[in-house]
Design a binder for this molecule. Structure first.
Ligand code: SF4
Ligand code: SF4
Length: 172
């Protein structure tokens, strides 16, 4: 009987812990974006964090991080990795919701961007410039991971980051 009571108590506590986890509110972090390689950091007054911009999670693919941009982020901090699981990002243009409070993505990627392997000369420039690390080199050819690509267009036109693929090997 006593054993049953202990088990019920443990289950109850586990349930309460789970409830607390799932209903927790994200923290707010304010700072500046710092781009470094394929990683996007948020430098706050107290520390720096690696933001998890796992692609396809950014609404309409319009939120492109730029260096030194001032932002406020609602996010859960992963205590082990110190990475942020971003719920929303607010910059001078407004707020972009990325995940729900259960940390599930709100916006799934369905990228149509592709590299024409025959045209790619393997210059390795697009992987360095893709803001979310969606491009990798396989052999001497660039390959876009459609589940990561946020369709920002940087690899094609360069936007303000570079000049885009020099041989026009990327299309959408
Ligand atoms: S920039 Fe163009 S040519 Fe260079 S690796 Fe990428 S797809 Fe290939
Ligand atoms: S459009 Fe190109 S640069 Fe932008 S996320 Fe997709 S692969 Fe990367």
């Amino acid at each position: 009987m006593k054993r049953n009571t202990t088990i019920i108590l443990i289950l109850l506590l586990a349930g309460l812990a789970l409830y607390a986890l799932t209903t927790a509110e994200p923290d707010t972090f304010t700072g500046r974006i710092r781009l470094s390689g394929h990683s996007v950091y948020l430098d706050t007054a107290s520390s720096s964090h690696l933001m998890l911009l796992t692609a396809g999670l950014i609404r309409d693919s319009v939120w492109i991080p730029s260096d030194s941009l001032q932002v406020t982020i609602r996010a859960f901090e992963n205590s082990e990795t110190k990475n942020l699981e971003v719920i929303s990002i607010t910059d001078h243009r407004g707020t972009v919701e990325i995940r729900d409070l259960d940390r599930n993505p709100l916006h799934q990627a369905n990228s149509s961007y592709r590299v024409n392997a025959a045209g790619c000369i393997g210059c390795n420039l697009c992987p360095r410039n893709c803001p979310v690390g969606a491009i990798s080199m396989q052999g001497r050819k660039a390959v876009i991971d459609q589940s990561k690509c946020i369709e920002c267009g940087v690899c094609i036109s360069g936007k303000d980051r570079w000049r885009g693929c020099p041989v026009r090997a990327i299309s959408k």
